[in-house]
Design a protein around this ligand. Structure first.
Ligand code: GLC
Length: 616
């Protein structure tokens, strides 16, 4: 027996009982399908390239390899950024110039030309969208990334397939075996029962959770768009096949798997069909499968929910599920504070996150490819008499530039007047006022807008976890209104912030005094500082401090001899942080200024990273 086969068998045995128990809990006595799954895992392991196994070994010896202060991510659309996969490979120098060592390529598998939800409607999990390249090119890109120490993240859209997927086509042709892989109903009886308890994801752009197929006179479950058919994980064949698909992708050299829309994967009548215990069974099984077959691979769960729903996806210390999750509430709360200039709710949100175990790794971000949903702690806001519906209206009015004095330019997403629950789209630069100031040619406003944008990035980089930049934000890319003219996209305002990367603007990062240069250099400087001081690592002790000013957020990070006092002014006026860290001199890492952490004057949208590195 080869050495690596021996390792495999040991791992397999270690997890066998738990794995089997989890599987049988979902699929009682399905020894046949369980055996098939185990065989497939073994097969995937045998197929795994030696170079990837070597990476697995290195990472297994240092299981916290992705933690700490070194990892910096960027998410991008392959076509928007560089046309295709080869284009991305040719642009890796730029990515490295951005200090990035982890790239999330937005969905790139084959999907229909029109109905594709930005690639989240996959029609073939084993084929790259021919417009973007081939599987071989993906493999080559992964290899090149690995040479440069860059990790590659890809989506695994497991909740649904496109209606053009082979299974969906065969189901439509009446093949029962394939209909059983989805949720099909002859009449509205059961669908209408589901509708009583299942909320809607896209209430305006795709209302309802079922779609009537007139050609075959059946209903099919479609939680997202009508062309995204929900997979039926109560059928073990679906789980097995989908695991086969993800392992196939992983073996191309993918380091991080983003499990798309994971809370939705298990459905049960009479429930919300969100976050059901069976979902956790499946995620835990996926973790076990990775530990056995490809221990260097990380799972990133996409759980865009309230904190009490997010955290369980980390699992427990003994039985972990995802390695990483999005810090979504912090992201939305940050934008809330940009509008209100009041950081108290953000301080409270940070206190919650900072009290979680340090092994819980969050992805921190200002913007992503989706909308901003106003999932704030409304119970907390209630103490100030702030109500959910009116506050959401205020935030949306502010960020679409309707509110008096607002500098932002965004657009509503899934505006549902009956619930008063619209969400929001827009790029970071446009939401910070850069777009408006340039358009109206207001120089002073532009300076504030740039400063706000930099401050927000600084704040993101101060949080424990992995910061992820949205491609284009590093050069202040603005909203792209072109989608209004595209009949297939114009209902979906998320395309507002999914515009083509503007390489002409990127060039201007080298021109002193340009908006791009100011942003690019400032953000880059902050990123480099973060990567140079271990106090930014996730093993630091982190807590907020009282600044006696509701516009200034104060954060302390402690690690070994290093203490960092970070201050952020969320208002457009100069203010003072009434802090009293009476322990001597600090150096502001950004300006090099020596200062005391006492009654610190902080300019409009200012940021300080004050470090003391001789702690007892
Ligand atoms: C995730 C994606 C989103 C997509 C949805 C359905 O939430 O981020 O863009 O629409 O899943 O796949």
């Amino acid at each position: 027996m080869g050495n690596d086969i021996k390792t495999y068998k040991e791992k397999f045995e270690k997890y066998y009982d738990e794995f089997k128990w989890l599987y049988y809990e979902l699929y009682e006595n399905r020894e046949d399908t369980f055996k098939k799954l185990c065989d497939m895992m073994y097969h995937s392991y045998q197929e795994r390239k030696a170079s990837l196994k070597e990476l697995d070994n290195i990472r297994s010896k240092k299981p916290d390899w992705y933690q700490g202060n070194q990892m910096l991510g960027m998410m991008l659309y392959v076509d928007a950024f560089a046309k295709n996969l080869t284009g991305v490979r040719n642009k890796l120098d730029y990515i490295e110039e951005c200090n990035v060592n982890y790239i999330h390529l937005m969905p790139l598998l084959d999907s229909p030309e029109d109905n594709n939800d930005g690639g989240y409607a996959v029609s073939d999990f084993r084929k790259v969208n021919p417009k973007l390249g081939t599987m071989e090119e993906l493999e080559q890109l992964a290899e090149e990334c690995h040479k440069r120490g860059i990790s590659l993240c890809l989506d695994f859209v497991m909740n649904h397939t496109s209606e053009e997927h082979e299974w969906a086509k065969r189901a439509r042709q009446g093949e029962k075996e394939y209909q059983d892989r989805y949720y099909f109903y002859d009449d509205n009886k059961i669908p209408s029962e589901y509708e009583k308890t299942v909320p809607q994801v896209f209430p305006t752009t795709a209302p309802g959770n079922f779609t009537w197929l007139p050609d075959i006179e059946k209903y099919v479950m479609t939680t997202f768009y009508p062309y995204q058919w929900d997979l039926n994980y109560q059928n073990p064949v679906v789980l097995n096949e989908m695991i086969g698909n993800v392992l196939n992708l992983i073996n191309k050299g993918i380091d991080i798997i983003r499990i798309d829309a994971v809370p939705y994967i298990w459905k049960q009548l009479g429930t919300t069909c969100r976050n059901l215990p069976q979902v956790h069974n499946i995620v835990r099984m996926m973790r076990i499968i990775c530990e056995i077959v490809c221990p260097g691979v990380l799972l990133l769960g996409e759980v865009v929910m309230a904190p009490d729903k997010v955290v369980p996806y980390f699992g427990t210390v003994e039985k972990p599920e995802c390695h990483m999750l999005y810090n979504v509430t912090t992201m939305a709360t940050t934008w809330n504070c940009v509008a209100t200039k009041d950081i108290r709710i953000l301080k409270q949100q940070m206190d919650i996150v900072n009290n979680l175990p340090k092994e819980y790794i969050f992805l921190n971000y200002l913007r992503c490819h989706d909308d901003i949903g106003w999932g704030l702690d409304y119970l907390w806001l209630m103490q100030f008499g702030i109500g959910e519906v009116s506050h959401k209206k205020y935030l949306n009015d502010f960020f679409i530039g309707k509110y008096p004095g607002s500098f932002a330019r965004g657009e509503l997403y899934n505006d549902d007047p009956s619930l008063g629950d619209a969400r929001l789209c827009g790029t970071t630069a446009s939401l910070c006022g850069i777009e408006r100031a340039i358009f109206e040619n207001k120089e002073a406003d532009l300076a504030y807008a740039i400063q706000l944008d930099i401050m927000l990035h600084g704040y993101m980089l101060t949080q424990s976890g992995i910061p992820v930049i949205y491609s284009g934000d590093e050069i202040g890319q603005e909203n792209d209104y072109m989608y209004h003219k595209d009949i297939k996209k114009r209902e979906d305002s998320r395309y507002l912030h999914r515009g083509k990367f503007q390489w002409d603007l990127a060039k201007q990062r080298k021109e002193t005094g340009s908006v791009q240069q100011k942003l690019f250099d400032s953000i880059s400087k902050l990123e480099k500082i973060r990567q140079s001081y271990s106090v930014f690592g996730n093993d630091a002790d982190v807590f907020t401090i009282e600044t006696e000013d509701s516009s200034i957020l104060g954060i302390v990070r402690l690690k070994g001899k290093e203490k960092l006092v970070a201050l952020f002014n969320f208002s457009e006026v100069d203010r003072t942080a009434w802090i009293h860290e009476d322990d001597g001199k600090y150096t502001d890492l950004i300006t090099g200024k020596i200062m005391e952490a006492k009654n610190v004057k902080i300019p409009a949208y200012g940021i300080y990273w004050m470090l003391k590195n001789n702690m007892a």
